[in-house]
Structures are given as structure tokens and as C-alpha cells.
Design a protein around this ligand. Structure first.
Ligand SMILES: *Cc1c(COP(=O)(O)O)cnc(C)c1O
Length: 373
């Protein structure tokens, strides 16, 4: 059998492995931060209606500028944003790829703060850019000083800030984002994929856009909107950023069906977001009750929690799989990551963790061991 390594592939892609979160069919999947609630029936009917209107016209290319969708997204975000400030693509992963194609690329440097979203280095590789990851502090937090020092040392062309950060859940304050912006002449992308799950009163970087033309806020309908299957991500930025991205996007990249589905969902944004509060309650419950079991959860503004104090995450992963539960164990060291799902999914996760800890106490680090460096 031919391996891709046998083909005349780019040298810098040799030896890489693709993004590969398991898609195993287990009764409880709390591994990729999906929203566990299905699309409400009333919204599903509106989506079908919208899509059915596009069907006779599918012989034509779709609206290349997805004007109505950009209007809906601007209205959803508020903050005085207009359709000119908005851009969308097939998931925020494509949004990020387009931004990197326009503002990074060969010979340029992309920087973030590790541990962070595992797709960033793959996206950087794909556009031929250098990737640098500066460290976070011992609680995976960032400060204005830490960010400023790292950016001034590395002088990146694009800075990727993820808040709340995947996989740690930790949010950034606005001062840290401002410090990053002021420390660079490059583009600063703030990935707010999980913004709708933040605690009441926590800020969003949208309020910083005014007067900062190099700042881009990326969002997605995949998580809070419970719409991961549609693939719709978007950003808000100065209109000039969207103009730059128009140079690299493929023509007609958003299908008429995608546009129709997203418009219909946005017409019902209150219904689509109705379960966010329930998920936030489970998130806070996972933090409290996991700590009560003797582990070390990190603070989270997202729909998942990073849990430290796990002696052997790979074995812990297998113990959960044996109980029909799929979690994530892709680092950092001594950590697992768990998505906040329904109340009964959280119940199942918590009783499995209690059971595993009782049966195999060696899987739990004692408080003096393995505090993350
Ligand atoms: C899930 C996630 C996304 C969303 O990706 P989509 O392509 O929009 O589904 C973006 N950024 C981060 C950090 C994520 O965890």
C-alpha cells in the first residue's frame, strides 16, 4: 500500500499526523466540546423551509458575499457592528486558515501561548509559516506582562489568543489582549469559540474592536449554537480585514445550503442558545465536584473543564472508555479534559470518576505530586 510519505509531498509535511479526535460511538461522548442538545424541532423546520427555497436555484453559484448572513451575524453580535465588519467561512477553522493565508504564509511567524488549541500549529504548517508557542504560567493564565515580553522577544506577524482557551478553559482579561495588540504591528486574532459560555460579567474582546484595525475576533456556531455539523464560523474586524481575506478565499466558499441553514438558525438565536445556561451550570458543577474528589480542575469560562492531578491520563482515558464514556487526554501532562454536557452526562462522568478513583487510587496524584510546572 502506498503511504503519503512515498508521494512527492512537501518536505515540511513529512512525518506529520492529521487532526484526529476519536469519533468512537460510545454512549457518552464528552471529548470534543460539542453541545449535547439537538437542534429544536421548530428551528429544524425553519431551516428546512429556508433550504427548500434555495433548491430550484442550486444550478447557480451562491451569493459570493453572503450578504444576508453577514447582516444576521452583525445583528447577533450587536456592539454597533455592521455587515462590513463581518466575514464567515466553513467553520472558524477555515476562518483562521483564511486569516493566516492573508496575514502569515511562507517566511512569516505565528505565535500563541501553550497549551492551546491543537489546530493552530497544524494551520500554521499548512500555510508554510513558522510556529512559536510561548508558555503560560503555572495555572495556564496569561498576564499583560507575560504576553508583552513574549511578543517583543519573538516579533510574530500574527498572534493567536484563545479565550476562553482550549484546552485549559482559562479566559483572558481585556488588559492582556490590549497589551498583545500594543506589543505588535502584526495581526492579533482572538479566538472566542466559546464566548457564549463565559460567566456573567466576563468581557468579550468585541468591545476592543473600535480603533484597532489589526484586531480580529473569531467566533463559531459550532459550540454554544449547537450547530457543529453545519460548519459556520465567522469573524468581526475592521472591514479592511475582510477585504484582505477576499484575496485568498475560494470563490463561493459558502454553499447556498450552508447560508440558508445559518440564516434560519440565527433567526432563532434565542432558541438555539436556550441550553447555554444549563451547560454553564454543569460546567461549574464539574469544577466543584471534581475538586471535591481530590483532583485539580482549572477555572473555566468554556463548556469544558481541564482537570489536573491525574497520574496517568492514558489509563484514566481507558477506564472511562470501559464505562462507555469518551473523554479527551491530549495533554497537558497529568490532565484530562471533559466537556460539560447534559445533567445526566455529568452525573455519569462524576460517578465514573468516583468509581475509578476508589478502584485505582494510584491514578490520582497526591497534592504534593506533579503540580504542573
Ligand atoms: C471548537 C473550536 C473552534 C471551532 O471550530 P469550528 O471550525 O468553528 O467548528 C475554534 N477554535 C477553538 C479553540 C475551538 O476549540
Amino acid at each position: 500500500m502506498t503511504s503519503f510519505e512515498d508521494l512527492p509531498i512537501r518536505d515540511d509535511l513529512r512525518g506529520l499526523t492529521p487532526y484526529g479526535a476519536p469519533q468512537d460511538a460510545l454512549p457518552i461522548t464528552i471529548n470534543v466540546n460539542e453541545n449535547p442538545f439537538s437542534v429544536p424541532e421548530a428551528v429544524a423546520l425553519s431551516i428546512i423551509q429556508r433550504i427548500s427555497l434555495t433548491l430550484p436555484g442550486l444550478n447557480r453559484y451562491p451569493d459570493r458575499e453572503f450578504t444576508e448572513l453577514r447582516e444576521r451575524l452583525a445583528t447577533y453580535l450587536g456592539q454597533g457592528l455592521t455587515p462590513e465588519h463581518i466575514w464567515a467561512a466553513n467553520g472558524s477553522n477555515e476562518v483562521l486558515q483564511q486569516l493566516l493565508q492573508a496575514f502569515a504564509g511562507a517566511g512569516r511567524k505565528i505565535m500563541s501561548f501553550a497549551p492551546t488549541y491543537s489546530m493552530y500549529p497544524l494551520l500554521a504548517k499548512g500555510v508554510g509559516s513558522e510556529w512559536v508557542a510561548a508558555p503560560r504560567d503555572e495555572n495556564f493564565e496569561l498576564t499583560p506582562e507575560l504576553v508583552r515580553t513574549a511578543i517583543e522577544a519573538e516579533r510574530p506577524d500574527v498572534v493567536l489568543l484563545c479565550t476562553p482557551n482550549n484546552p485549559t478553559g482559562t479566559p483572558l482579561d481585556l488588559e492582556t489582549i490590549e497589551a498583545a495588540y500594543d506589543a505588535t504591528d502584526g495581526i492579533v486574532v482572538v479566538d472566542e469559540a466559546y464566548a457564549e459560555f463565559r460567566h456573567d460579567g466576563a468581557p468579550t474582546a468585541l468591545s476592543l474592536l473600535e480603533g484597532r484595525p489589526r484586531l480580529v475576533i473569531s467566533r463559531t456556531m459550532s459550540k454554544a449554537f449547537a450547530f457543529a455539523g453545519v460548519r459556520l464560523g465567522y469573524f468581526a474586524a475592521d472591514p479592511a480585514v475582510a477585504d484582505a481575506v477576499r484575496l485568498v478565499r475560494l470563490p463561493y466558499h459558502l454553499s447556498a445550503i450552508t447560508q440558508a441553514a445559518a440564516i434560519a438558525a440565527l433567526e432563532h438565536s434565542d432558541t438555539m442558545l436556550a441550553q447555554v445556561d444549563r451547560i454553564r451550570i454543569q460546567r461549574d458543577r464539574i469544577v466543584d465536584e471534581t475538586a471535591a474528589l481530590g483532583y485539580r480542575p482549572y477555572r473555566s469560562d468554556a463548556n469544558f473543564v481541564l482537570i489536573g492531578g491525574v497520574a496517568d491520563p492514558a489509563v484514566m482515558f481507558d477506564e472511562f472508555v470501559a464505562r462507555g464514556i469518551l473523554i479527551r487526554n491530549t495533554g497537558p501532562a497529568d490532565c484530562i479534559r471533559v466537556t460539560a454536557g447534559t445533567e445526566s452526562e455529568t452525573d455519569a462522568y462524576l460517578s465514573a470518576l468516583a468509581e475509578i478513583t476508589a478502584a485505582r487510587p494510584e491514578l490520582q496524584l497526591t497534592s504534593s505530586e506533579g503540580v504542573s510546572a
